[in-house]
Design a protein around this ligand. Structure first.
Ligand code: CP3
Length: 345
């Protein structure tokens, strides 16, 4: 008689809930996007990135494009973290070749002076409903939002900013006003993630892309505390839906983040030594990551060795294979195929 190993019907969801799989499930941050010709074609047809986000049928199509090609274990909603500032009342547009712009920047205006526009999120909930109806049964559907700190850096500067200096100055100079901004983003993000869950996502990720720029005290106040409040409120409102925290650049502050926020899984960026992380993180806490996205561009045997190092680093821990940050637009598709083959064995 042969004993069969039970195969989880949703390997990614099971892993996020703490069950280690024999081969780690796999998805890639920013897996829908410009490295795919089918994405570029649909984006050109719709006229731009935001038009794509606001066209639910198109956004649903873009969400499933990478699954058709690579058979990933997860689908991530196609939207952006900056839809929250838009819903809080800032204007949002993307300058070609430069990046996002938000107006008025909150260095010049108070968050309470903005006119809230929550209906701007309605097309995103509709995208979730459409994707949920399209997904193959074994695929886990991930929703997401930016963390309050990272979203605040765009709202204050009105664009991406070097070292997030304007926002860090603001937070030091006027912690009460900055706390009010964080509270406004936090409340909108909570409602937004509940809306995504109720429309059909099965887990959510908080992207904290700029967590790495903060001093320890500011990291406690503006990364850990708001994330802990959001995780607690989500757990109370929708028990059993895992929350992935991704504090990019947190480095030595990762263990405190893991202990104090209550997230169900933690994303590691490519600067983190996975063997070190495995040693310092709480036993059994699921991790996600952390192949260098530039190694995926390099490809070849160096890529294989990098994949193997990540796979070997978590011998007992639930692990979701991913990159350490988003896939870049000049990534060759053949290298993604090679990665998938290697992870799947
Ligand atoms: O992962 C996915 O496939 C889902 C969709 C997704 C996008 N943005 C689509 C997108 C997700 C999860 C994000 C997150 C996001 N957006 C973050 C956090 C993660 C990270 O990468 O650090 C941040 C900081 C943003 C803000 C943002 N959106 C910037 C700075 C830019 C412009 C930079 C660029 O690459 O042009 C965007 C645009 C954006 N968001 C694109 C995509 C596919 C590119 C738009 C296009 O030109 O088609």
């Amino acid at each position: 008689m042969t004993l069969s190993v039970p195969i989880s019907p949703k390997p990614l969801l099971s892993t996020l809930l703490g069950q280690r799989q024999e081969r780690p499930p796999l998805w890639l941050m920013r897996q829908a996007g410009r490295y795919l010709p089918e994405y570029r074609a649909l984006r050109a047809e719709k006229g731009g990135f935001l038009q794509l986000v606001h066209d639910s049928a198109a956004a649903a199509e873009v969400t499933v494009q990478p699954l058709r090609r690579f058979g990933f274990d997860g689908a991530i909603l196609f939207s952006d973290i900056l839809v929250i500032p838009h819903a809080l009342g800032q204007d949002l547009w993307f300058e070609a070749g430069e990046g996002p712009r938000l107006a008025p920047p909150l260095v010049d205006a108070a968050v309470d002076a903005l006119t809230r526009a929550p209906e701007r999120l309605d097309p995103v909930y509709e995208t979730v409903r459409q994707v949920a109806a399209m997904l193959p049964p074994g695929v886990t559907f991930l929703g997401f939002a930016g963390s309050p700190w990272t979203v605040a850096t765009y709202m204050v500067a009105g664009q991406g900013s070097k070292e997030q200096a304007a926002t860090r100055r603001f937070a030091h100079a006027d912690p009460a006003a900055f706390g009010a901004l964080i509270a406004a983003i936090e409340a909108a993000t909570f409602t937004y993630l509940l809306g995504q869950i109720d429309a059909g996502v099965e887990a959510v990720q908080l992207f904290d892309s700029w967590a790495g720029s903060l001093s320890p005290q500011q990291f406690e106040a503006w990364v850990i505390a708001p994330t802990a409040r959001l995780a607690a409120k989500l757990h109370a409102a929708r028990p059993g839906v895992p929350v992935i925290g991704f504090p990019k650049g947190a480095g030595g502050k990762l263990a405190a983040y893991a202990r104090e926020t209550g997230v169900d899984a933690i994303g590691l960026d490519e600067t983190v030594d996975p063997v070190w992380a495995n040693g310092v993180l709480p036993v059994g806490l699921p991790v996600q990551g952390n192949l260098d996205p530039l190694l995926l561009i390099a490809g070849g045997e160096a890529l294989d060795a990098g994949v193997d190092r990540v796979l070997a680093a978590f011998p007992d821990r639930p692990h979701v294979f991913n990159l350490g940050h988003g896939i870049q637009q000049d990534t060759p598709i053949a290298h993604v195929e090679r990665l998938v083959g290697r992870v799947r064995g």
